[in-house]
Ligand binder design. Structure first.
Ligand code: NDP
Length: 272
C-alpha cells in the first residue's frame, strides 16, 4: 500500500490489542509475531493504551534484533496529545518498544486537544528522528477535512472497516482514494465475530480457503486499504498470511454484498 510519502508498506500487517494481557499466552503471542515477520507481515500495530503499555513491551521483545525488518506503528492517547505530551508519550513508547524510532505514530482518536497542538508534537518528533511519519485513527470525514487543511502530511487514517462495518464506503473511503491518503482497516475479522458467517464459509469453500482468509481478502480488494488482523497464535498468522494469495471473483463479491450489504447513505464512522 502506497503512503503519500511515496513509501510502500505491507498490505497485511499484525495488530496487538489484547496481547500481553494473559501471561499464559505470552510465549504464543511472541511466536505469532515472529512468525508473521518471517512471512513478510512486517507492519506491527500497537498503542500506549494496549495492556497499559505491556503490548508495546511484548512487541519490543518480539522484534528484538529484527527492528529493521519492521514497519512499527504506535498511537498516542488523546489525553496525552498536547504538543509536549505527544513527545513525552512517544518517548515512553520508544522505551517500552526498545527502539529509537517509530515508523508511524497515530493520534488514537480525536479528544479535546486541538489538532494544531498534536501536530506540533508530531512535527517535533519527526524533526528529532523519533518518528518517521504520523497519522490519525478513528477520524470521520469532517475531521479528516479539518485535519488535512492544516500544514503537514497525514499518512493514514486507521479505522474500523470489515464486511460487517461497511459504512466508510459511502463517503470516507472515496475521499481517501481521491486524496491519496490510505486507510488501515482495524478489526478486519470483527474480532472473530465474522468467522461464523455462512456466506463467508460458502465463498471460502469455492477457493479451498477459510472464512478468515475471505474476510481479509475482501478488505484487501481495495488498493488504498490495508488490514491489521490480530492473531495470537502462529497457526492463525500463517492462515491469515495466505489471504494475500486469494483473489475474490465477481461472483464472490456479489454473494458477499448480498450477505453484507453496502451502505445506502451516509453512516457515521463506527469505533470499537
Ligand atoms: P481482529 O478483527 O483482528 O480480530 C482478532 C481476533 O480474531 C482474535 O480473537 C484472534 O484470535 C481472531 N483471529 C485472528 N485470525 C484468526 C484466524 N485466522 N482464525 C480464527 N480466528 C482468528 O480484531 P482487533 O480488534 O484485534 O483488530 C486488529 C488490530 O487493529 C488490533 O489488534 C489493534 O492493533 C488494531 N485496532 C485499532 C483500533 C483503533 O482504535 N485504532 C481499535 C481496534 C483495533 P487469536 O488471538 O486466538 O488468534
Amino acid at each position: 500500500m502506497l503512503l503519500p510519502s511515496g513509501e510502500t508498506i505491507p498490505a497485511l500487517g499484525m495488530g496487538t490489542w489484547m496481547m500481553a494481557e494473559r501471561p499464559g499466552r505470552r510465549a504464543d503471542e511472541i511466536t505469532a509475531l515472529r512468525t508473521g515477520l518471517d512471512l513478510g507481515l512486517s507492519l506491527v500495530d500497537t498503542a500506549e493504551m494496549y495492556a497499559n503499555g505491556a503490548s508495546e513491551e511484548l512487541v519490543g521483545e518480539a522484534i528484538a534484533g529484527r527492528r529493521d525488518e519492521v514497519f512499527l506503528v504506535s498511537k498516542v492517547l488523546p489525553s496525552h496529545a498536547s504538543a509536549a505530551g505527544t513527545v513525552r508519550a512517544c518517548e515512553a513508547s520508544l522505551r517500552r518498544l526498545g527502539t529509537d524510532r517509530l515508523d508511524l505514530y497515530l493520534l488514537h482518536w480525536r479528544g479535546g486537544v486541538p489538532f494544531e497542538q498534536t501536530l506540533e508534537g508530531f512535527a517535533a518528533l519527526v524533526e528529532s528522528g523519533k518518528v518517521r511519519h504520523w497519522g490519525v485513527s478513528n477520524l470521520d470525514l469532517d475531521d479528516m477535512r479539518e485535519l488535512t487543511a492544516l500544514p503537514g502530511s497525514c499518512q493514514t487514517n486507521q479505522i474500523l472497516y470489515n464486511l460487517s462495518r461497511r459504512g466508510p464506503e459511502h463517503d470516507l473511503l472515496p475521499w481517501h482514494a481521491s486524496t491519496g491518503i490510505p486507510v488501515m482497516a482495524y478489526s478486519p475479522v470483527e474480532q472473530g465475530r465474522l468467522l461464523d458467517s455462512p456466506a463467508l464459509a460458502s465463498v471460502a469453500g469455492r477457493h479451498g480457503a477459510t472464512p478468515a482468509q475471505v474476510a481479509l481478502a475482501w478488505v484487501l480488494r481495495l488498493p488504498h486499504v490495508n488490514a491489521i488482523p490480530k492473531a495470537g497464535t502462529a497457526e492463525h498468522v500463517r492462515e491469515n498470511a495466505r489471504a494475500l494469495e486469494l483473489r475474490l471473483t465477481t461472483e464472490d463479491l456479489a454473494d458477499l454484498d448480498d450477505a453484507f450489504p453496502p451502505p445506502s447513505g451516509p453512516t457515521p464512522l463506527a469505533v470499537l
